[in-house]
Ligand binder design. Structure first.
Ligand code: PMP
Length: 428
């Protein structure tokens, strides 16, 4: 048909003019032209359910963000070398969401930049260089962060100062012992580091372990690990790029599901609902070791338009009570997904917090062997059902269900119905 040829032409054009590192979703790629709330539409007018996008976290094209950005864009967009109240007002708002000990903010444009700066700050403060991350972590695109991102695969060399710990796989290790087990792994990594003459700078982790395969663990399971990191002179950098901004329902931040205070909190993706903005919050004494020595200017970081978007996002999360909504709808969704686990031998585990859910496909419940091929077929089948999502984890066998927080009851029915049909068709 006409559209098929236009999809084909665009796909070929991409391959001809864009860098080869880009990856498209789906064998039958989707050409999106419009979005609203939890729905997106393709060029042919088909409506899709978005079960993956945590950038448009408060809903695609939220009118309050559009209004705030438009208003500021019409006044001025400038940078942090001039006074502007937008950055100060937003900083008051965002610091009110974290423990009091965290009392400084810096702004940039991407999660990668936030983590990159966090690593530099950790090193300046600790005098060490060693960074601990999980075995499948992803933390960004820069030299420092990609060198601490084993998820990029064997083509990307890890930095010699990056030390890996296994993923906190609650499904296979068991929730009850997960905290002690993980703390012990982190202690071993610190010991390995010391044996190589490398001093610990910090532990950098996404507290929902998204790229490891969505592993929220029980609230509190990270406490002992962070105590060990601190006792060994390191800091904890909470990478909130994925779990932050009410996503987990149980808390506004992923780390806040646990009883601990990070030294640095980095954030991005949902922060501006699509307007590029990221941030780093830190304890002032931790930041000082870096800030006293090295100036930091990020041309677009903290600009008034991005700050207006970020402020609107916080306002909407509060006004629409999206954190409580995420908790409620996420629980209802997991309940429905558990009925699929009972129905299908290939559904090994359903886990999550709020609207951040891992749905793990295995060859059989007994062996828990990851079934990557099945997961790929199911993702493609869901796309034909006009449900957009993707996979996570080293074996790509965990469906990552992470819709905009605007997700509603009728969307649960669409998703679970489509998933049921897709599993029926693809399994066995
Ligand atoms: N940290 C985590 C946990 C992420 O998921 C990502 C993006 N996938 C990043 C950092 C990097 O963010 P960005 O792509 O905005 O640089």
């Amino acid at each position: 048909g006409l559209l098929d040829s236009s999809i084909r032409a665009m796909t070929h054009k991409r391959a001809a003019v864009l860098g080869d590192s880009y990856r498209l979703f789906y064998q039958n790629p989707v050409h999106l032209v419009r979005g609203r709330g939890q729905y997106v539409w393709d060029a042919q007018g088909h409506q899709y359910l978005d079960v993956y996008n945590n950038v448009a976290s408060i809903g695609h094209c939220h009118p309050e963000v559009i209004a705030a950005v438009t208003k500021q864009m019409q006044l001025i967009n400038t940078h942090t070398r001039y006074l502007h109240e937008g950055i100060l007002d937003y900083t008051d708002s965002i610091l009110a969401t974290v423990p009091n000990a965290i009392n400084r903010a810096m702004y940039m444009c991407t999660g990668s930049e936030a983590n990159d700066l966090a690593i530099r700050v950790a090193r300046a403060w600790s005098g060490g260089t060693g960074i601990i991350v999980t075995k499948e972590a992803y933390h960004g695109t820069s030299e420092l962060t990609s060198g601490a991102s084993p998820a990029l695969g064997s083509g990307q060399a890890l930095s010699s100062t990056t030390f890996l710990v296994p993923s906190p796989d609650q499904y296979r290790i068991g929730s009850a012992t997960l905290g002690d087990w993980f703390a012990n792994e982190v202690q071993q990594a610190i010991d390995n580091m010391a044996a190589q003459g490398i001093k610990l700078a910090g532990f950098l982790a996404d507290s929902i372990f998204s790229s490891d395969g969505v592993m929220p663990g029980n609230p509190g399971f990270l406490n002992k690990t962070i105590d060990i990191v601190h006792a060994n002179g390191g800091i904890f950098i909470a990478d909130e790029v994925q779990p932050g901004f009410g996503r987990t329902g149980e808390a506004f931040w992923g780390f806040a599901r646990h009883d601990l205070v990070p030294d640095i909190v980095t954030m991005g993706k949902p922060m501006g609902n699509g307007i590029p903005v990221s941030g780093l919050l830190a304890k002032s004494d931790v930041l000082a070791a870096f800030s006293d020595q090295i100036p930091y200017f990020n041309t677009f970081g903290g600009n008034p338009v991005s700050m207006a978007a970020a402020q609107a996002v916080l306002n909407v999360i509060r006004e629409e009570q999206l954190q409580a909504h995420s908790l409620r709808v996420g629980e209802a969704l997991r309940t429905e997904l558990l009925t699929l686990k009972d129905k299908y031998e290939c559904v090994g585990d359903v886990r999550g917090a709020g609207l951040f859910i891992g749905f793990e496909l295995v060859t059989d419940k007994q062996s828990t062997t990851p079934d990557k091929a099945l997961a790929l077929r199911v993702i493609e089948a869901l796309r034909e059902e006009r449900v957009l999502t993707s996979v996570a984890g080293p074996y790509g066998n965990v469906l990552k269900l992470r819709p905009p927080l605007a997700f509603q009851k009728q969307d649960i029915d669409w998703l679970v119905g489509a998933l049921d049909r897709s599993l029926c068709r693809c399994a066995g």
